[in-house]
Every structure is written in structure tokens, then in C-alpha cells.
Ligand binder design. Structure first.
Ligand SMILES: NC(=O)c1ccc[n+]([C@@H]2O[C@H](COP(=O)([O-])OP(=O)(O)OC[C@H]3O[C@@H](n4cnc5c(N)ncnc54)[C@H](O)[C@@H]3O)[C@@H](O)[C@H]2O)c1
Length: 365
């Protein structure tokens, strides 16, 4: 029996849309049938440059959604994830939205509610979930070998690497380093810990390097944070320190580690110094446990998975879920947990005090 051809639309045709297009092209039985971008000419340019022979170009998402499509990739700037996802879900399409889920918590809640109401899948583009090393970290934490985890510290952060364009304007990106790369380390830690419920956040954010023209070429239009740090309390007496940065006068903000009653797990910062969860961000993995009354340290070999494999796997898993009518591979409802933290983090930094995390009733458990 021949499999049904899965027809995909791509909304937004900038940098990340290219990676979506290339991954879809590698999957047998998948056709990118439509591309939309609000800037006239951009959708057609993506189609031509990536050889999407069967795709039609649109300068309007609504016209794209009139096409016969099974699913769409939303590759627009953060501020429009909410609008584009609602339009797509209401048009009856399954959705893979790029990270971060949304700019505000309320937007994220409405996106999840709309997916539920429409009976459509809403998955979020966190490719580090498909990194073999990250899967191993989760397996170790979930295996109970660390005992009860009471502390997690998220290191990393880029020494330099402030992006430009749409990423540094609050009206388009919502937030800066926290939404752009902080969301990765938060997702990886929450995923490893099985999404514990956060209670309070005390945070600070700054933009001293992003607004310095000697460091950031677009300093005059930079109005997001380039640095964020937070102390987060969770239920069951667990706490977390979160740190992220696009630029700093340091090589790295250190390792990521989990401390448990029976053991510890350390993920060293790698080549890029940013623990975003991907292979080249990870220097090493070390496990610490007592044996015969002595503290031992075990180096766990890193996987040799090719660097671009996790991204391909995220796209192919979305297609698999469409084909199998399966749940979203990275459910937006799960990502709402990190949205509650980012929401509280930004409020706490603005108010310069600890704040309570708002827990959406849709997540009541
Ligand atoms: N998963 C990853 O590794 C990864 C990497 C980079 C970016 N991203 C995410 O992908 C998203 C896009 O980032 P990018 O680097 O491709 O940005 P980009 O600025 O290069 O491209 C965005 C495109 O969307 C178009 N656009 C804007 N509003 C639109 C709308 N309402 N309808 C249709 N098109 C619209 C723009 O004209 C532009 O061509 C962001 O949310 C970002 O966080 C994810």
C-alpha cells in the first residue's frame, strides 16, 4: 500500500525556514506545497533557492491556509507565533511552531486551548530533545540514580553572539537572550526533571553589552536583554539557578549540573560555551556517586551523532505524528511550564523582587 503524500506549508521564509525546507525535502512522501512570507518576493526566493518544485508562493498566510495542507511550520519572528498558530489551527492544520512557543504566557495558553478545541497537534521546535546526549541526561535523571534532585544549575551562555535583525527588538522578539537561547536550557532541564511545578522566581536581567556600540553593531536599536539570571523555587523542595547570556566578559557561565541525594550529574560547557542542549555546546558529561564510601567520578562518552541530525529528527517526527495521528512530539502544553517561568522571570526582573509563578488552570494537576 502506498503511503499518503503529506503536504506541508511553511510560514515565514527567513533563516530557520530554510532548515525546515531542507529537512522536509529529505523525507520520502513529503511535499512542501506552499510557502508564505509577508515581504513580497521572499517566499518565491525560498522556493527557488531550496528547489521546492511543487510549492506555491503567497504573501499572506490566509491564502496559504486555503491550500490543501496537512501541517504547517511556523517560522516567523516570535511576536507572530501566536497569531500564525491560531490562524493555522483554526484552518484545521497541524502546527509545528518554532521556539519560543509565544511571547506572553496568555498567548501560549490560548494557543494550547485552540489546539485542543480544534483537535489539532501543536508541537514546538526544540530540536535538542532529539540530541542523543540530552536524551541520555534525561534517562539518567529519570532512572533515579541521582536520588531526589534538589538543585539544578543551568550554566552556559555565549561569550559573544548577539544576533541582529528581528531578535533584538522587544516589539518583534518579545525578549532577548532569555527567549532566544535561555528557552533551550530551561527546556532541557525541565524535560530531564519531568516538568516539576515552579512556584516563585527572583530574577535580574540586563543589557549592558547589547547597548554598547563597541560590542553590538546594532546597539542603537537594541532594546531587549542580553543577560538574565534567576532563582526558581519548585514544588517538592527543589530549586534551580538559571543563567543565560548573549555576550559577557567571560568564556562561559560554567557547567550545568544536577545535585541529588544519591548522585550528581555535570554537563560541561563545550566549544560554543552555550549550553543550548546541542552537541557542540556540551563539553562532557560526568556522573558523581559514592562507592564503598568514596566519591567517584565517571566520564560518560558523548554520542557521535551528526550535528544536524536532531533538527532533521524534529521535522521527521512532526511528519510521523501527522501520518500516525499521534500526539505532538513536543507538546505545547508541556512548553507552557517554561512559559510560566519566563513570564515570572520577566515580571520579577522588571519589579526587582521575587514574584509568584502564575499556574494556568489548563495545566491543573
Ligand atoms: N530552532 C532553531 O534552531 C531556531 C534557530 C533560529 C531561529 N529560530 C526561531 O525561528 C523564528 C524565525 O527566526 P528566523 O531566524 O528565521 O527569523 P528571520 O527574521 O530570518 O525570518 C522570519 C521571516 O518571517 C517573515 N514574517 C514576519 N512576519 C510574518 C507574518 N506575519 N507572516 C508571514 N511571514 C512573516 C519575515 O518577513 C522573515 O522573512 C524565531 O521564532 C526564532 O526564535 C529557531
Amino acid at each position: 500500500m502506498t503511503e499518503q503524500v503529506i503536504r506541508i506549508g511553511i510560514i515565514g521564509s527567513g533563516g530557520i525556514a530554510r532548515m525546515h525546507a531542507r529537512a522536509y525535502k529529505r523525507i520520502p512522501g513529503v511535499v512542501v506545497a506552499a510557502v508564505a512570507d509577508i515581504v513580497p518576493g521572499r517566499a518565491q526566493a525560498l522556493i527557488d533557492e531550496e528547489g521546492l518544485a511543487e510549492a506555491a508562493a503567497f504573501d499572506n498566510t490566509r491564502k496559504l491556509l486555503e491550500q490543501e495542507l496537512h501541517g504547517v511550520s511556523i517560522c516567523t519572528p516570535n511576536v507572530s507565533h501566536h497569531e500564525q498558530a491560531l490562524l493555522s489551527l483554526e484552518a484545521g492544520k497541524h502546527v509545528l511552531v518554532e521556539k519560543p512557543l509565544s511571547v506572553t504566557l496568555d498567548e501560549g495558553i490560548e494557543m494550547v486551548e485552540t489546539a485542543e478545541r480544534m483537535g489539532k497537534m501543536l508541537s514546538v521546535g526544540f530540536q535538542p530533545r532529539y540530541d542523543d546526549n540530552i536524551k541520555l541526561v534525561r534517562e539518567i535523571v529519570q532512572s533515579g540514580q541521582l536520588g531526589g534532585v534538589y538543585y539544578a544549575e543551568l550554566g552556559g551562555g555565549r561569550p559573544r553572539g548577539i544576533p541582529g535583525g528581528t531578535f533584538i527588538r522587544r516589539d518583534i522578539a518579545g525578549s532577548g537572550a532569555i527567549a532566544d537561547i535561555g528557552c533551550y536550557s530551561l527546556d532541557m532541564a525541565l524535560y530531564a526533571l519531568n516538568h516539576p511545578r515552579p512556584l516563585t522566581v527572583s530574577a535580574f536581567s540586563g543589557n549592558r553589552l547589547g547597548t554598547n556600540p563597541a560590542i553590538c553593531p546594532e546597539a542603537d536599536r537594541f532594546d531587549v536583554e542580553d543577560f538574565g539570571v534567576a532563582f526558581i523555587r519548585f514544588e517538592n523542595d527543589m530549586v534551580m539557578t538559571f543563567k543565560t547570556s548573549w555576550a559577557m566578559h567571560l568564556d562561559s557561565m560554567g557547567s550545568t549540573f544536577f545535585l541529588g541525594s544519591e548522585g550528581g550529574l555535570k554537563l560541561g560547557s563545550g566549544r560554543t560555551g552555550a549550553w543550548g542542549g546541542s552537541f557542540d555546546c556540551l563539553g562532557d558529561i560526568r556522573m558523581y556517586r559514592d562507592m564503598m564510601g568514596r566519591q567517584t567520578e565517571t566520564a560518560i562518552p558523548l554520542s557521535g551523532q551528526p550535528l544536524d541530525e536532531p533538527f532533521f529528527l524534529k521535522i521527521s517526527d512532526f511528519v510521523r505524528a501527522i501520518r500516525d495521528d499521534a500526539p505532538a512530539p513536543v507538546p505545547a502544553s508541556e512548553i507552557l511550564v517554561q512559559q510560566t517561568i519566563i513570564d515570572a522571570l520577566l515580571r520579577s526582573a522588571a519589579q526587582k523582587r521575587e514574584v509568584d509563578v502564575e499556574w494556568p488552570s489548563i495545566l491543573r494537576r
